[in-house]
Write a protein that binds this ligand. Structure first.
Ligand SMILES: *[C@@H]1O[C@H](CO)[C@@H](O)[C@H](O)[C@H]1NC(C)=O
Ligand SMILES: *[C@@H]1O[C@H](CO)[C@@H](O)[C@H](O)[C@H]1NC(C)=O
Ligand SMILES: *[C@@H]1O[C@H](CO)[C@@H](O)[C@H](O)[C@H]1NC(C)=O
Ligand SMILES: *[C@@H]1O[C@H](CO)[C@@H](O)[C@H](O)[C@H]1NC(C)=O
Ligand SMILES: *[C@@H]1O[C@H](CO)[C@@H](O)[C@H](O)[C@H]1NC(C)=O
Ligand SMILES: *[C@@H]1O[C@H](CO)[C@@H](O)[C@H](O)[C@H]1NC(C)=O
Ligand SMILES: *[C@@H]1O[C@H](CO)[C@@H](O)[C@H](O)[C@H]1NC(C)=O
Ligand SMILES: CC(=O)N[C@H]1CO[C@H](CO)[C@@H](O)[C@@H]1O
Length: 658
């Protein structure tokens, strides 16, 4: 509650190192305050801090407050006199509005002791505060020298917003100076910024109208330290030369090297040099609240930022801040799509189950019809006493085989039947079978030649398919599959992946090998997998690859310590590189070239064993059935013979008895 109040209240403190007589205070203060008001307006600020004179309330303090109230009628004010230094930490809580601070005499010992030192130690000479300091010129020194003399000792950061107004002798005008420091141990930079006069108001030179980032973009070759995680690298190669390598070793994870190229561009953009420190991991939160890996480097302030992308994870936000997106990691399922995905085998493919039943019904129906015809034929033959080469028989098998011959386009011999009705039946069956066979054969050939449409294109289809499903053994995969409200995703994990954990949760290299073997869908970073598969698969197999995406891609960005002065620089640089297309270009440089599968035609038509197996299986089954029946027949014959023998023996025996 207190903090909320603070937010809407204008804090006014008054600082003045020297005690002047009442009339003088009135005179100088009105000009100072007019300038300060112009400053506030130019900076679009609503909150201000004016420091009180001396450690306690001075003479005429309440009168001055009245004056200020009149002057700043638009603002709400509260008055406060610091007793023992300014408690910046309490005044500028997290996300406090940007506040202006007025220092009426910037060279005073009292200000140095109670204000500057506190601000410097706490790092408050940054962009959260806009300082307005008033100073007096000296005849034997330049303004720059005076400013450097008084402010050089303090930690002033690159994004500091300090305006020092130096009085111009014999006038009521001030010259305005911009003060900041590029690096920790570099010279304080003091640049002329504009001027203020009672008549002309607050005037800035042309180049100070834009953003401070543009003006301060030449960092004078200072060295900033970046951190990166190198997880895999070839033996015998030192870290930095591997990181800068952008030509070969493309089969290794390129992510860090890819973004490092962007940081080299950023370095050139701001005229800075990079020093890179290496870690083995991205970083894990330890129970005692510290981090390992790159995150540890950044949170401890050992480095200025990460030069590798770090994934957006909620728990990291409390410790660091992110830049805009540097890298997009696509994480998909990848597998070789089976040529024919249905369970039914290729030989039944052309017709639907219903149609097959109809065909069977037709064959049986016409066979039964033929039986009636055959009866009539036999009667006719008996009447005419004809002796044909292939006489019509009255048995079931004769009818069945005749019908089969007709349907399989062998046809019964021409002179066998004499009745016109039988001939019509046989002809009709022949024509029907001709049409069916033409269609069937053409479909089989056609389906082998053409690329059948893919049916496993979403997670549901993958879940229902006969493919084995696995994933890379990496932290985010577990999180993705278990920490989700999507029931299907959880089913895929619990029922398919975990059905055989050891076999399905693999390293990316093993996963690539199993994908090559086929019948296996693997969930991992797609770019790295393509790199491996590029070497393992030939063009034909590569074009069979199918991706399934069910989660949005992972985004990664560089990270900086909280309230780092380099934040604006990196943000600006990353957005700029994105806008000019350089990030896209860099991404393109680092993606694997893939064969153009639209041009790729199946050169050789082949039916693989998997699809042919049902036919073989049926044949073997038929052979088995046939030989079993054969054995049964032998047995029956033998039994019959034995029965006969027994009967004869019995007869003989009885004969003997008699
Ligand atoms: C500057 O900041 C560092 C920490 O960032 C601190 O140790 C040092 O005392 C500060 N220097 C001054 C003069 O306040
Ligand atoms: C400049 O003049 C001031 C008094 O106005 C004096 O204290 C100071 O020592 C002089 N500095 C130099 C470098 O002469
Ligand atoms: C970068 O900074 C160095 C050191 O200040 C300077 O010599 C060099 O000219 C600068 N380069 C550019 C391109 O401004
Ligand atoms: C910039 O600094 C790096 C190392 O800090 C140095 O190798 C390089 O020569 C410097 N470049 C310029 C232009 O001064
Ligand atoms: C946390 O623990 C790690 C080792 O477990 C240690 O290296 C580190 O210094 C500890 N950090 C703190 C802040 O205690
Ligand atoms: C996912 O994990 C986070 C913390 O790691 C937790 O807050 C959130 O509730 C989890 N979501 C689900 C759907 O389990
Ligand atoms: C300025 O520094 C303070 C204290 O270090 C910090 O809380 C604040 O976020 C910083 N502001 C910016 C804009 O970096
Ligand atoms: C303008 C004004 O009221 N000035 C007063 C400031 O305080 C001194 C005494 O401390 C008075 O003498 C002045 O009149």
């Amino acid at each position: 509650m207190i903090k909320l109040q603070v937010k809407i209240i204008l804090w006014i403190f008054i600082i003045s190192a020297t005690f002047l007589c009442g009339a003088q205070i009135e005179n100088i203060n009105s000009n100072e305050l007019l300038a300060f008001e112009d400053f506030l307006r130019a900076q679009h600020l609503k909150h201000a801090l004016v420091l009180a004179p001396g450690p306690g309330p001075g003479p005429n303090w309440s009168r001055q407050i009245e004056n200020y109230k009149r002057l700043f009628a638009n603002y709400r004010m509260q008055f406060f006199t610091p007793q023992r230094g300014v408690q910046f930490q309490e005044l500028f809580y997290y996300e406090a509005p940007r506040t202006a601070l007025l220092v009426a005499a910037f060279e005073g010992e009292h200000v140095k002791r109670w204000v500057y030192e506190a601000a410097s130690a706490g790092g408050y000479f940054n962009n959260s505060q806009a300082w307005f300091m008033l100073g007096k010129c000296q005849t034997n020194r330049t303004d720059e020298q005076i400013i450097r003399l008084h402010l050089s000792a303090y930690n002033i950061s690159i994004d500091a917003d300090i305006t020092v107004a130096m009085s111009v002798p014999q006038t009521t005008n001030w010259l305005l100076y911009d003060v900041y420091r590029v690096g920790q141990d570099t010279l304080l930079r003091v640049e002329s910024k504009g001027q203020w006069s009672p008549s002309g108001g607050y005037k800035l030179w042309e180049n100070f109208r834009g953003s401070w980032l543009r003006r301060r973009s030449n960092l004078g070759n200072i060295t900033l330290i970046g951190s990166t995680a190198l997880i895999e690298k070839p033996a015998g190669m030192d870290d930095l030369s591997y990181l800068s390598n952008n030509k070969d070793l493309l089969q290794l994870d390129p992510m860090q090297r890819k973004t490092f190229q962007l940081f080299l561009l950023i370095g050139r953009m701001y005229n800075l040099s990079l020093e890179v420190r290496f870690r083995e991991t991205w970083g894990q939160l330890l129970p005692n609240g510290s981090w390992t890996g790159v995150m540890g480097h950044v949170t401890s302030g050992e480095v200025h930022f990460a030069v590798c992308p770090i994934r957006f994870v909620t728990e990291r936000h409390r410790y660091i801040q992110y830049t805009p997106v540097l890298h997009t990691q696509l994480i998909h399922f990848l597998f070789r799509h089976p040529r024919h995905s249905s369970i039914r085998n290729i030989f039944f493919e052309p017709l639907s189950t219903q149609v097959w039943w109809c065909v069977l019904a037709l064959v049986v129906g016409s066979a039964m019809l033929l039986m009636l015809h055959v009866r009539q034929e036999l009667r006719l033959q008996q009447q005419q006493q004809q002796h044909l080469a292939q006489p019509v028989e009255r048995q079931m098998s004769f009818v069945w085989f005749t019908m089969l011959e007709t349907f399989l386009q062998q046809g019964p011999s021409t002179g066998q039947f004499q009745l016109p009705s039988t001939k019509i039946l046989i002809s009709a069956s022949c024509i029907f079978s001709f049409m069916l066979m033409q269609f069937y054969g053409a479909f089989i050939v056609g389906s082998l030649l053409s690329d059948t449409p893919r049916s496993i294109v979403n997670l549901q289809a993958l879940y229902e398919s006969s493919l084995e499903i696995g994933m890379e053994d990496i932290a985010y995969n577990y999180e993705l599959f278990t920490n989700t409200s999507n029931q299907l995703v959880r089913n895929v994990y619990s029922k398919r992946i975990c059905r055989d954990r050891q076999h399905n949760i693999l390293s990316i290299e093993e996963g690539a090998k199993r994908i090559k073997f086929g019948g296996f869908a693997f969930h991992t970073a797609i770019d790295r997998l393509y790199r491996l598969l590029n070497e393992l698969l030939d063009e034909r197999l590569f074009c069979e690859l199918q991706e399934i995406m069910f989660s949005p891609p992972y985004l990664g960005a560089s990270v900086l310590p909280k309230s780092s002065p380099w934040r604006e620089y990196l943000n600006h640089a990353v957005l700029y590189l994105g806008e000019t297309g350089l990030i896209g270009y860099n991404d393109k440089m680092w993606t694997v070239p893939r064969p153009d599968c639209t041009l790729f035609k199946d050169a050789e038509v082949e039916v693989d064993l998997k699809h042919f197996a049902p036919a073989l299986f049926t044949l073997v089954l038929a052979m088995l059935v046939s030989s079993t029946v054969f054995l049964l027949e032998l047995l029956l014959d033998w039994l019959k013979a034995r029965a006969k023998a027994t009967a004869r023996w019995r007869e003989n025996g009885m004969f003997l008895h008699l």
